[in-house]
Design a protein around this ligand. Structure first.
Ligand SMILES: [Zn+2]
Ligand SMILES: [Zn+2]
Length: 421
């Protein structure tokens, strides 16, 4: 499968001109054997490449499939994060005269490569070695900086080369993580439509439809993907890739991230009052967040008339934020929520749009459907599975919007009385 970037960039029916850096993406068996052909096709300089791996991804790619490079930097995967230490290590090792960076690996290696390429002003090529998350096509690097999670806008790859032979040989839990990340798009897309209805937030039907089709295909064929069926694995990789491309086109992660991601981020940032931690991967946490958000949203959508339960907007209490998140996260959290996305919502708009919101929510697969799908795969599907106590559910739903200032239905619950939570 070849995805021509030109199809997605430029003037769109939504009124925006979508920026598109990724010129070509290839998802095929043996794609890495043709790596230099793609460089030629795009007229890219392949003579001064620095390829970044970790030991696992280096070993996962047979020598004859490794992109030809004047320098290979192989990072130690033990405790490897996209942070100030790993990126400093790349800068320390990188030779002069490099004109192109190739990131070969999963989310972490590609985020490190993305950040380093951006800082050095060099173009990036992304080579995903697993279908584990949607990081490889996007321009945003999920970095940990001084202990804080940050999404940093960097650069998108000019070329993505996904070799299905390598991806199919990756450890089996990685594709489950990718499927979890993708199922989250059901929630993310619903949030986007709801925000568009309630506040008129910018919306692009074309991006929506690309993502909606991709996630529906994955939901229907994920068992085959887990079993290694070529076509079904390619669909998962395509969905993850298009998710990154959708973020590129739209200019932020709106098409790909909603309350389900905020639940995952909230667990990761470790606020002082929420002391539980999880070893689960990003996609596993997102998968569980998706089931939790779906259950809560479908519960809310059963309410025919929301008017008796709607209360006016009230800003978060700073004192409470301070005591809840702790000193380390207090300033960054305040900064994140400087202009609360919820402040735009009026009780009238919420009440008036309630029938529309219910309609949108009713298109999201139910929690039972999602749970059964993940059970079929043997994927993590409950808070217990990701190491979080079940009695933390209410706190997680109420406070996870602290992780990211974006208008979600979960955030709108702050304008509903506790009776309906
Ligand atoms: Zn994600
Ligand atoms: Zn558009």
């Amino acid at each position: 499968m070849r995805i021509d970037g030109q199809r997605y960039g430029g003037k769109c029916s939504c009124g925006k001109t979508h920026e598109m850096t990724t010129k070509l993406s290839v998802i095929e068996s043996g794609a890495l054997l043709r790596f230099s052909d793609y460089l030629k096709e795009l007229d890219l300089d392949g003579d001064h490449i620095c390829a970044i791996y970790d030991t696992n991804t280096y070993n996962a790619v047979p020598a004859d499939r490794r992109p030809k490079a004047v320098q290979e930097i192989i990072l130690d995967p033990t405790g490897l994060h996209a942070d100030e230490f790993s990126t400093a290590e790349v800068f320390r090792q990188m030779k002069d005269g490099i004109t192109m960076i190739v990131g070969v690996g999963g989310g972490t290696v590609n985020d490190i490569a993305r950040f380093c390429g951006y800082k050095k002003g060099l173009p990036l090529i992304s080579v995903p070695t697993a279908a584990s998350c949607d990081a490889f096509g996007s321009d945003v690097a999920a970095m940990t900086w001084e202990g804080l999670k940050k999404s940093i806008s960097c650069l998108s790859p000019v070329l993505v080369v996904a070799d299905l032979d390598i991806i199919k040989a990756a450890p089996s839990d990685l594709i489950l993580s990718g499927i979890g990340d993708m199922l989250g798009k059901f929630i993310a897309l619903a949030e986007w439509k709801i925000a568009h209805a309630v506040t008129g937030e910018a919306f692009c039907q074309e991006i929506h439809d690309i993502m909606d089709e991709a996630v529906t295909n994955i939901m229907n064929n994920c068992k085959q993907a887990q079993d290694g069926d070529d076509e079904a694995v390619a669909q998962v990789v395509y969905g993850l890739l298009m998710s990154g491309i959708a973020m590129q086109m739209f200019g932020n992660s709106r098409p790909a991230s909603g309350a389900e991601h905020h639940i995952s981020h909230f667990i990761e940032i470790q606020t002082e009052a929420f002391s539980e931690t999880s070893d689960a991967s990003h996609g596993e946490k997102v998968g569980v967040g998706t089931i939790l958000a779906s259950a809560e949203y479908h519960k809310l959508a059963k309410i025919e008339d929301i008017a008796p339960y709607v209360i006016p907007y009230k800003a978060w209490d700073r004192k409470w934020i301070r005591s809840y998140v702790g000193e380390r996260l207090y300033e960054p959290t305040l900064k994140e929520h400087e202009t609360d996305a919820l402040a735009k919502v009026t009780p009238e708009a919420l009440i008036q749009n309630w029938p529309k919101i219910r309609e949108i929510v009713n298109q999201i697969p139910t929690a039972e459907q999602l749970y059964d799908t993940m059970a079929q795969l043997g994927a993590k599907r409950s808070l217990t599975d990701i190491g979080i106590s079940e009695d933390k559910l209410a706190e997680l739903l109420d406070n996870s919007p602290l992780a990211r200032n974006r208008l979600t239905l979960m955030r709108m619950r702050r304008m509903m009385t506790k009776e309906v939570h």
